[in-house]
Write a protein that binds this ligand. Structure first.
Ligand SMILES: Nc1ncnc2c1ncn2[C@@H]1O[C@H](COP(=O)(O)OP(=O)(O)OP(=O)(O)O)[C@@H](O)[C@H]1O
Length: 253
């Protein structure tokens, strides 16, 4: 697909929530065909930014363009998959029933829907659980059903809000492998996390703090510019540098 294009471009993005300015003049770019990590501490505005990108956030100023259309445009409904932090699937339905329902919502014809559902089940490794009611699944399994529901329509852009929270290390590793595979197949993934060690799995990183972009770098650039041994300490170093640019000097810890 269009690897030189931006899947998402936000210009002078401003968001107010509860009468408070959460994001104030943010410029952000998500290159197409990459896995982009949106990292930042709790409350830094990650979910707010993702909501603005998928077009469900009220009181958004500035311009947000997604796959060439204004964020939230009806034409984007099938092209963008969004997985919220809380699993958004029906607990009284089975895995298959949920996914068939989301396949219908995505507008898949009945003939193609069943194959898409099977593919999504396999992608999130839920084989064997197809006929289980979602309410009886473990938390990690349930969040994977949410992910499968977003995958079933084969979206070009996947926006995932902390998809690995509460998952064990093996599942986290497997999910990141899947994200990488989806990007290799030409999709764009924007994945938020506050687990800094997941930064190394991304092609690019957007580091957010207090609604502002602290850095837009590759994982290698992040380590090289800070001289820090890992992403977590690199992020802290960047914040220190911003707080007192002359005190820490360049490329220090
Ligand atoms: N409805 C609301 N009214 C007022 N403030 C809100 C509202 N929703 C979010 N906020 C505030 O906006 C800020 C950013 O929240 P957001 O959920 O975007 O952060 P986050 O980086 O996703 O955090 P986390 O990692 O904890 O999910 C926080 O300070 C939060 O308290």
């Amino acid at each position: 697909m269009r690897n030189n294009d931006s899947a998402v471009r936000a210009r002078n993005l401003r968001v107010e929530r509860g009468g408070r300015s959460i994001i104030d003049g943010l410029d952000v770019e998500v290159p197409a065909g990459q896995v982009v990590g949106l990292l930042g501490p709790s409350g830094s505005g990650k979910t707010t930014l993702l909501r603005a990108i998928v077009g469900v956030q009220a009181r958004v100023g500035g311009a947000v363009t997604v796959l060439g259309e204004p964020a939230g445009a009806p034409g984007l409904r099938r092209r963008v998959g969004y997985v919220t932090q809380a699993a958004s699937v029906y607990t009284d339905l089975t895995v298959l029933q949920n996914l068939r329902y989301f396949a219908r919502l995505a507008g898949l014809p009945r003939a193609g829907a069943e194959a898409a559902v099977r593919r999504a089940v396999a992608a999130v490794d839920l084989g064997g659980h197809e006929k289980q009611r979602v309410g009886t699944l473990s938390g990690g399994e349930r969040s994977r059903v949410s992910l499968a529901a977003a995958l079933v329509g084969d979206p070009e852009l996947l926006v995932l809000d902390e998809p690995t929270v509460g998952l064990d290390p093996v599942l986290r590793r497997d999910l990141w492998a899947m994200f990488r595979r989806l990007a290799r197949e030409g999709r764009t993934l924007l994945v938020s996390s506050h687990v800094m060690d997941e930064a190394t799995q991304c092609d690019r990183l957007l580091l957010l703090r207090d609604g502002s972009l602290v850095a837009d770098v590759t994982p290698d650039e992040l380590l090289a510019t800070t001289g820090a041994p890992d992403a977590e300490r690199a992020f802290l170093a960047l914040i220190e540098q911003q707080a007192s640019p002359t005190a820490t000097g360049e490329g220090t810890r």
